[in-house]
Design a protein around this ligand. Sequence first.
Ligand code: ADP
Length: 253
Amino acid sequence: TFVIAILLGGSLLLWQAHRNQVDAQQKTSFVSNVSHELKTPLTTIRMYAELLGEKRIDDVDKQQSYLQTIIRESQRLTRLVNNVLDFSRLEQGCKEFSKAEVDLVALLHQQLDSQLMRVEDAGMQLIRKIDAAAVLIESDRDALEQIILNLIDNAIKYAADGEILIVALSQRDGQWLVQIKDKGPGIPSAHRQQIFAKFHRVDASLTARQQGSGLGLSIARQLAEGLGGSLSFCPNDGGGSCFELIIAARSNA
Ligand code: ADP
């Protein structure tokens, strides 16, 4: 008994030490990934603001395009910071949802309108399959927007080559289903569950084509569950990804 107790205690200590090491590694790479992600838009904003500040650009179209870049990059900064804030609130268990009546159809159209330029700039065609005129639900507008934005962001980042982004709203088992589909590379089957774990990235190498900290899907799923729904991945029939967001239905109009 004594030997077994010693062995068990020893393994527990080793396991604890291993977990601490993994935690420390994750924290370090989280800080460096997030700093890197914040630095890129900041550098771009500074560069274009300096160019405009020097007043050497006379071409009005060029000035406009520089301003648009500054606006786009500052919006990207806002998205990143919102994700980090949500992440820390969820981690500390102090994320609060403020629910009110939301028209899901209007929310989807507003989000898609605001992202249309980014989607098209990435060379993708946006297809909306939203037939309902209005769908009233009891939910947290900001959280829903953050989930949808993270999914659209990912489609732009990873699936632009597929050239198509479909956003569909339908009903399933008395609940609302929002599907965000693309025709990009999809997710290899070995990663399909893990992509929802914090920090997990399919390509986690330093040379990955796209920047990221592996937080978007983990936050999106936690927010979806916090709202009483779910977020899951389904492989698309013709290849690519399909993310399914289930939202509890209250009433529809
Ligand atoms: P991040 O984008 O910061 O890496 P996410 O949690 O949003 O973090 O995504 C986790 C991983 O899932 C990504 O690194 C990417 O490998 C993969 N992924 C997410 N969405 C898609 C998509 N639409 N197509 C292909 N891969 C995706």
